[in-house]
Design a protein around this ligand. Structure first.
Ligand SMILES: *Cc1c(COP(=O)(O)O)cnc(C)c1O
Length: 462
């Protein structure tokens, strides 16, 4: 009797998983054809989710169908090749597929004892990422949700290391009464660094800002005096222009004065993977810590950030829970390298994505997206519109005239739905930002999107 029931349950579960795979396949197959943003009606339908918490159980098949019917149309089609918003990547087929399997595994990646495979894959991908980015092979790191958390984790490590130099144990004694630390950032610092700094106990008002040039690069000649308790945050890839700070010069000057250099390289660091673009990342390997995202340029699915620190003891000291953990075995334990304890095994999708690309695939992904960005820029300029940045990588800032007109064009593009681009303000000027970050973007996607944007811009202006 009991066996029969469980056989029935097994077949129901099997049916459910089959259905989930079918629904997901249908979604993936149709993604290139549909509007990029949802329609108003799709958005209105989301109210259907808002019911009181149900008293009784629901059939999982019905649950899944409801999720698809209401949820799928209200997604943003970021994986389809014509989404150019923020710096959001798509998802590589291998990463998506690995994500399905990892969901079935449901591993807790906190400790090696909880998931040997998760811990082992983290070891592998940390080595691969250091290699791809040209960073010191002995770096230690943690797999975190995003670049914001990676920035936070690196700053926590830096804070620990710099205060330890002054004989202060910040883990025990906290920040109150601690010897002061100076934090220096560029004028075009990403907002996530400011958030990370405030989380780590450094006030946003206590920063020294260094003048940036018209591309957002920190001016090395404007650096203030640094010291052995200075954290200097530099940037590989400005979120608007894609520009890179002059890292070699800055790192050399900072290290003469014993300062800690942290790199926010959320997407830009990946230029290191291409022989054609790796001149841009030269010098960044001389820093002390790095934050980057796998879910941006490398097109691993969410959520996937990485923190890397040259002096691994600093990261472990900042992230360890108790002294007993510090005395851990010879093998790396994931949770001593990140803020979280229990968490999903995000190294699985990173491994699958990077393995499926290899060095050549990664390099060609970087080069292809940069070439698409150039096509956009040339198309805008050819039509008489002003491109505000030097298009050095995958980011294009375009103005269609006054701020008001540019904002109208952005709204028209978003309502049209053929593609999706967001707005930004670059050094006081409104712009539409085109970020080509998806492996799925084809020449045809670029042509269609460009034609659409130019047609809408002419309509707005006339
Ligand atoms: C996107 C971005 C971030 C933040 O990344 P999240 O993954 O959203 O936390 C930080 N810095 C730069 C330069 C970025 O482009």
């Amino acid at each position: 009797m009991a066996i029969e029931k469980s056989a029935d349950e097994l077949s129901k579960r099997d049916e459910l998983l089959q259905l989930a795979a079918e629904i997901a396949r249908k979604y993936v197959q149709g993604i290139g054809e549909r509007r990029v943003p949802p329609t108003e009606r799709d958005l209105d339908n989301l109210v259907k989710f808002h019911e009181p918490f149900p008293n009784g159980p629901s059939n999982p098949v019905e649950v899944l169908k409801e999720l698809d019917e209401i949820g799928s149309p209200a997604t943003m089609a970021t994986t389809g090749g014509r989404y150019f918003g923020f710096v959001n990547g798509g998802t590589l087929p291998a990463s998506l597929a690995a994500n399905w399997l990892a969901g079935a595994w449901d591993q807790n990646a906190a400790l090696r004892a909880m998931s040997p495979v998760a811990a082992e894959l983290e070891d592998v991908v940390l080595r691969w990422v250091c290699e791809a980015l040209g960073l010191p092979p002995k770096c230690e790191g943690g797999l975190v949700t995003c670049a914001t958390t990676a920035n936070f984790s690196a700053l926590a490590a830096a804070r620990h290391a710099l205060l330890a130099r002054a004989g202060w144990n910040v883990a025990d004694d906290g920040m109150f009464g601690a010897p002061p630390i100076d934090v220096v950032v560029g004028d075009e610092v990403h907002a996530s660094i400011l958030k990370a700094l405030s989380l780590a106990g450094f006030g946003k008002k206590r920063l020294t800002r260094v003048e940036a040039d018209d591309q957002g690069r920190m001016r090395a000649d404007k650096l203030p005096p640094l010291g052995e308790r200075t954290i200097l945050c530099i940037q590989a890839g400005n979120v608007n222009t894609g520009a890179f700070d002059p890292a070699a010069e800055i790192c050399a000057r900072a290290h003469e004065q014993r300062a800690w250099v942290h790199v926010d390289g959320a997407f830009g660091l990946w230029a290191a993977a291409s022989p054609k673009y790796n001149h841009l990342t030269k010098g960044f390997e001389q820093a002390d810590s790095w934050a980057t995202d796998l879910h941006k340029w490398p097109n691993v699915n969410y959520d996937s950030g990485i923190v890397l620190v040259k002096d691994g003891t600093a990261l472990r000291a900042a992230m360890t829970i108790t002294a007993a953990y510090l005395a851990a075995g010879a093998q790396r334990e994931p949770m001593y390298h990140a803020p979280e304890s229990s968490r999903r095994a995000r190294g699985v999708e990173v491994w699958a994505g990077l393995k499926s690309l290899g060095r050549e695939g990664l390099s060609s992904l970087i080069e292809r997206t940069c070439a698409h960005a150039k096509t956009f820029a040339e198309g805008f300029q050819g039509a008489g519109f002003q491109v505000l940045n030097d298009v050095v990588v995958n980011q294009v800032l375009v103005s269609f005239g006054s701020g008001e007109i540019t904002e109208k064009v952005i709204r028209a593009v978003q309502e049209d739905g053929t593609c999706w681009c967001g707005g930004t303000v670059w050094q006081g000027k409104s712009a539409m930002r085109v970020s080509v970050s998806s492996w799925a973007t084809t020449d045809a996607d670029v042509r269609l999107s460009l034609e659409t944007i130019l047609r809408l811009a002419r309509e707005v202006r006339s």
